[in-house]
Design a protein around this ligand. Sequence first.
Ligand code: EPZ
Length: 421
Amino acid sequence: MSHWLISGGSALAGTVSVQGSKNAALPILAATLLIEEPIELKNCPVIRDTENMLRILRSLGCTVKREADALVVDSRTANRFVLPTALSGELRSSIFLLGSVLSRFGAADAPYPGGCEIGNRPIDLHLRGLRALNASITEEGGRIRCAGSLTGATVDLGYPSVGATENIMLAACRAAGTTTIRNAACEPEIVDLQNFLCACGFRVQGAGTPTVVIDGVKQGHGTSYRIMPDRIVTGTYLLLGAITGGDVTVTGAQAETVNPLLMKLSECGCLVTARDGSVRVKAPKRPRAVGFTETRPYPGFPTDLQPQLFALLSVAEGTSVVTENVFESRFRHAQELRKMGAENRILDRTAIITGVEKLHGACVTAHDLRGGAALALAGLFAEGETQILHAERIERGYERMDSVIALLGGTVTRKEESIGE
Ligand code: EPZ
């Protein structure tokens, strides 16, 4: 377990570049199993989740090596379709591998991914989609076993699930015939996956709209691909400036993918400018409250920035209301913020946040990735020192966030603790 010690109270200012997207890299790494030639990936973030995905690919027989700033994955040596229980259990998004492993080997065997801190995370839409493509699937003993020669089909998703959309896209690339996914998720990461798949010679179109069409082909080919910038990390780093009354510029970003947050920051009284891949936030001494925010699938306000916005609104002038429509229990950061002096009430999926002028340092716990990032934001605002336990959960998705904070003038000390200490 690692924990962070944060000293708050100073305005953060400066320029930082943003990492590659975790949520684009994970399905793209899963997709490498579809191509039996070397794949070079640039801008793949070095974080716990991608490192775990690489471990899983190696356990399936792939060779993986990092060369300078590129990652080379070669799945020609892949020879196993059973996903390792421990690694896949820790990495929920290993479920994306079902589609690509099943397509490559005609079989796949994976542990049932458990729930997590933000909800029970069912996979019914994934399994229904794979069954529609002629996979036979049994679920027993905590494992999912798939088999079959995949054929194209029309899949209507009951909910625009990001992961289910990606899983079905991967399963369909080498299936016999055409697959149409309706009510598909429209997130930018799905467009990035489509761009990667097309760069490998697969025939995918419509990503970014509710209808994605894949014409199955026999084989893909190797390519070199640069992963898109991480829009959630972009938003989180802009909030470092917003919550501390600072002035932060994020470079290498795609402003249009974080537009819902940029609009909120403007509503809070921040001066937001975006030009040529850079986004700058110049914050007021104290942000104004924002009446009502609700998370929605893209292009709505992203659930992955809800905890971080929650932290900002906790110190805003006035009362804000936030509704979490995507996950059923994504407010665990609220109680941790209350330990720091925040005032909020949770009524099922809605939070009533009464902004306070001050927060004080406290010992708090990162229950999940984005909730942990929210606590880091609050710690940088608070007077005194904040200790964040289980900061390794933040490190699942943020590449050296402690160094980024230091670069902007913040003080974070990272400590590793062996189990039992
Ligand atoms: C992806 O998770 C992201 N993870 C999540 O980011 C993100 O919060 C989420 O999409 C929504 O944008 C990755 O891309 C690795 P969903 P995913 O399937 O695919 C329900 C982060 O912090 N659902 O769109 O799991 C589900 O319970 C992470 O980076 C079903 O009911 O999200 C949830 O309520 C957190 N049945 C809703 O859909 C299913 O079969 C959205 O889930 C699948 C999902």
